[in-house]
Design a protein around this ligand. Structure first.
Ligand code: NAI
Length: 462
């Protein structure tokens, strides 16, 4: 008889959520995790620590730029970097300890060490072999390497090193204007670094609604970030304290160099499958190095499933969590389901950016007849009261049926506001459904309703 019903390899948001749901459904479950603490990249070196630094640096920015206008006087705040890192670490510790508590509470075994699938239904950790009826691969992702750039995590860093630099750099070059580059670039710009973001494409945040991306870039420029677009980084030469970066201006075919104290490589992540043993057993991978699964997260090997960053789809903690819950249901003999059409995306800059569903570009490409309801936060009393009137909400709805197809917004608490539309889309709601729902005044969420109203008879405060 197998030791477990399910062994999950990887204790990040996908893996630990899957484990808890498996246990709740009555399955004997273990999680194998190689890191010292549970929570994966997200809790240890990703979403959570970056949010702590974004929060702290935002407070500094507010104190330096907006306090005086509100009649708040005092010394200019300065940065105690060591204390900020302590605060960041405390935030991580609280969260990882929380996951540990949840696994214990749900009677999930935590096996410490790096797991390797050594046979069907067998996971080897160090010299111990553990058996299970089913195995779930939830090993996540790691920063992808960039040709000509060697990372030392001190001068040339990935997001991991950028979260624990020994001091705030005077100059920071960020390679890649994706989510990581913009969030961490924002942190250091607010802390006083001279930040330049170098991006291969002619626009930032590929895949995002282009109108929103343009407004985000304009806003970040106002905050001091510099952008070099259409530029392919070719190499970075680093000494102990400085780096020289070489890039090609793709429009002019010219080669340029620039110096920086620190270079952040934020050019994407790749699935992490090192030493996993999956392919040795004949496990199929996609061309992009992802573990290949069917619609119910099953690989080509019976009894082996995979979820999260290691498979296809957006590399987002909440997508992994949903898949974790979905596969747990499947393993318990129920139906597991994830609606991939309604997975929100958020960038935690100030203002925040959030989106769900289709972009205008996608709808045009698909030939869908759509209408736009747009509302500026300038017409929202609450946003003006807190100096956050920049930005807008844009709802895209089917021109004939009024069904909501997508929503893109940039503005205060965008990352929370988007969920109103996620729920609406889950229920197949029309823009009018949102427009007819009473929204409390004065809240930022009134802007969502106004955008929904603008899809029909018209917004009131525009
Ligand atoms: P990304 O894929 O979002 O952006 C990478 C950028 O680098 C692209 O714009 C690309 O064009 C550019 N690039 C690639 N090679 C280049 C070169 N040689 N020179 C200049 N530019 C180059 O990747 P990122 O930001 O590293 O994030 C990785 C993953 O982590 C993403 O899937 C993201 O969704 C996820 N993530 C999500 C967060 C959130 O939801 N808030 C936060 C952080 C990460």
């Amino acid at each position: 008889m197998a030791d477990y019903d399910v062994i999950i390899i990887g204790g990040g948001p996908g893996g630990y959520v899957c484990a808890i749901r498996c246990a709740q459904l009555g399955l004997k479950t273990a999680v194998v995790e190689g890191r010292e603490t549970l929570g994966g990249t997200c809790l240890n070196v990703g979403c959570i620590p970056s949010k702590a630094l974004l929060h702290a640096s935002h407070m500094l920015h507010e104190a330096q730029h907006n306090f005086a206008a509100m009649g708040l006087k005092g010394k200019t705040q300065s940065v105690d970097w060591k204390q900020m890192l302590t605060y960041k670490q405390e935030t991580i510790d609280q969260n990882t300890a929380g996951v540990s508590f949840l696994l214990k509470k749900n009677k999930v075994d935590h096996i410490k060490g790096w797991g390797k699938i050594t046979a069907k239904g067998e996971v080897t950790v160090g010299s111990d072999k553990h058996t299970a009826k089913n195995i779930v691969i939830a090993t996540g992702s790691e920063p992808s390497a960039l040709k000509g750039v060697e990372v030392d995590e001190k001068v040339v860093v990935t997001s991991t090193g950028a979260l624990e630099l020994n001091k705030v750099p005077k100059t920071l070059a960020v390679i890649g204007a994706g989510v990581i580059g913009l969030e961490l670039g924002s942190v250091y710009a607010r802390l006083g670094s001279d930040v330049t973001v170098i991006e291969f494409l002619d626009h930032i945040t590929p895949g995002m609604d282009s109108e929103t991306a343009k407004v985000l870039q304009r806003t970040l420029k106002k905050q001091g970030l510099k952008f070099i677009l259409n530029a392919a980084v070719q190499s970075v030469e680093a000494s102990k304290t400085k780096a020289k970066l070489t890039y090609e201006d793709r429009k002019k075919n010219e080669i340029h160099t620039m110096d920086a104290d620190v270079v952040l490589v934020a050019t994407g992540r790749r699935p992490f499958t090192d030493n996993l043993g999956f392919t040795d057993l004949g496990g199929e991978m996609t061309e992009r190095g992802q573990v290949k699964t069917d619609a119910h997260w099953k690989t080509n090997i019976d009894g082996i499933y995979a979820i999260g960053d290691v498979i296809e789809g957006p590399m987002l903690a909440h997508k992994a969590e949903d898949e974790g819950m979905g596969v747990a249901e499947v393993l318990a003999g129920n139906h597991g389901h994830v609606n991939y059409g309604v997975i929100p995306g958020v960038i935690y800059t100030t203002p925040e950016v959030a989106s769900v569903g289709k972009t205008e570009e996608q709808l045009k490409e698909e030939g869908v007849d759509y209408k736009i309801g747009k509302f500026s936060f300038k017409g929202n009393g609450r946003a003006k009261a807190v100096h956050q009137g920049d930005g807008f909400v844009k709802i895209l709805a089917d021109k004939t049926t009024d069904r909501i197809l997508g929503c893109h917004l940039i503005g205060p608490s965008a990352g929370d506001l988007i969920h109103e539309i996620c729920v609406a889309m889950e229920f197949g709601a029309s823009a009018q459904d949102v427009a007819m729902t009473c929204h409390a005044h004065p809240t930022f969420s009134e802007a969502m309703r106004e955008a929904a109203l603008a899809c029909g008879g018209g917004a009131i405060h525009a």
